[in-house]
Write a protein that binds this ligand. Structure first.
Ligand code: NDP
Ligand code: OXD
Length: 313
């Protein structure tokens, strides 16, 4: 098979570096030559324009620029070709860093010390022990498992929730709908690394947050969401923080992004905000992975990390 041409279709950020790196080995365009351009073999996309891919007759593979693929499935007209998600050490490490950083900050009372510093208060509160704190990872896939592997040697107790309930040594596994409430009841710090699918949209609502363990070594339940914003109800999180259902939250993702300036989350004293930056896709690391997959595909080999259309992730 010849070296296929690439359509690079991204919205929301500048694709220049992706273009440069892909162009070193492939012919790359940013617009098809008409809606039924026969010259396009691969699409490399982030939030592509609806209908852009639907009629390309020779499109063989769609590559997501991110680990999440909800931005692709948002267009119901996407053709029935394999969709490949990102699984790459660089992205996984960034997410692991984010999770460890946020878990440790909540565990080590970062918010309290920042407030004390602002008021020049010298006060040393009792220290907690990681063994007394259970971190529950909701979405136990490639990112969730890597985060768990980094938290385990720090001494935290670990729970993992997934569809299949697959295990990992040192982690208590919970599966599917029946496992959800027991998982939440055994969790002090909830780390969300779920994909956004029809089954997970809005799952982080007030009722779910109420199920977290609040009488615990931290003095309350903590939410860390780095999955997707539309997993959560922003207003329910504010309500939960205000009435003590949640003690604190670290949010990297939001129902609407960029987070509107009017959102109460910006100024909420119990919320730590990052701008969907937990694990940013770095073209220097991800383009070589995509190029290798294209070459393997052209040699007739199987693609890795193809998502399930049925499951939506
Ligand atoms: P994976 O597909 O490897 O893992 C997804 C996990 O979620 C799996 O354990 C899966 O279960 C579980 N899951 C999916 N649907 C359900 C459900 N209905 N009920 C219970 N469990 C479910 O994804 P990744 O780990 O690679 O990525 C996770 C998400 O992280 C991405 O989809 C993306 O949204 C987000 N992300 C955010 C970034 C950021 O910067 N904020 C950066 C990168 C990713 P099972 O194992 O049984 O299949
Ligand atoms: C991703 C993201 O899905 O950056 O990779 O959100």
């Amino acid at each position: 098979m010849d070296k296929g041409r690439v359509l690079l279709a991204v919205t929301g950020f500048h694709p220049q570096r992706w273009h440069e790196l892909l162009s070193a080995e492939r012919d790359v365009v940013t617009e098809p030559d008409g809606p039924a351009d026969p010259s396009i073999t691969y699409a490399v996309v982030w939030k592509q324009r609806p209908n852009l891919l639907s009629h390309l007759p020779n499109l063989k593979v769609i590559f997501s620029i991110g680990a999440g693929v909800d931005h692709i499935f948002a267009d119901p007209t996407i053709p029935d070709v394999p969709i490949v998600k990102v699984v790459a050490d660089n992205l996984t490490r960034h997410m692991t860093e984010y999770v460890v950083w946020r878990v440790l900050d909540h565990h080590r009372q970062g918010a309290l010390y920042r407030a004390q510093k602002a008021r020049k208060i010298w006060h040393d509160p009792p220290q907690r022990t990681a063994e007394d704190v259970a971190v529950g990872i909701m979405g136990f896939g490639s990112l969730g498992r890597a985060a768990a592997a980094a938290l385990l040697p720090l001494g935290f107790r670990l729970n993992g929730w997934s569809r299949s309930g697959h295990g990992m040594e040192g982690v208590t596994s919970f599966a599917g709908e029946e496992g959800l409430v027991p998982f939440l009841n055994a969790t002090d710090i909830l780390v969300v690394l779920l994909p956004l699918t029809p089954a997970t949209r809005g799952i982080l609502n007030y009722g779910l947050l109420k199920q977290l363990r609040r009488r615990n070594a931290l003095g309350g339940a903590v939410l860390i969401n780095a999955g997707r914003g539309r997993l959560q109800k922003d207003a329910d999180i504010v309500r939960a923080l205000d009435d003590g259902t949640l003690k604190e939250a670290s949010l990297d993702v939001f129902e609407v992004e960029p987070l509107p300036r009017t959102s109460p989350l910006w100024s909420h004293p119990k919320v730590f905000v990052t701008p969907h930056a937990a694990a940013t896709s770095d073209p220097n690391h991800l383009v070589p992975v995509m190029l290798r997959q294209m070459e393997a595909f052209e040699r007739g080999e199987k693609l890795d990390h193809v998502v399930s259309r049925e499951a939506g992730y």
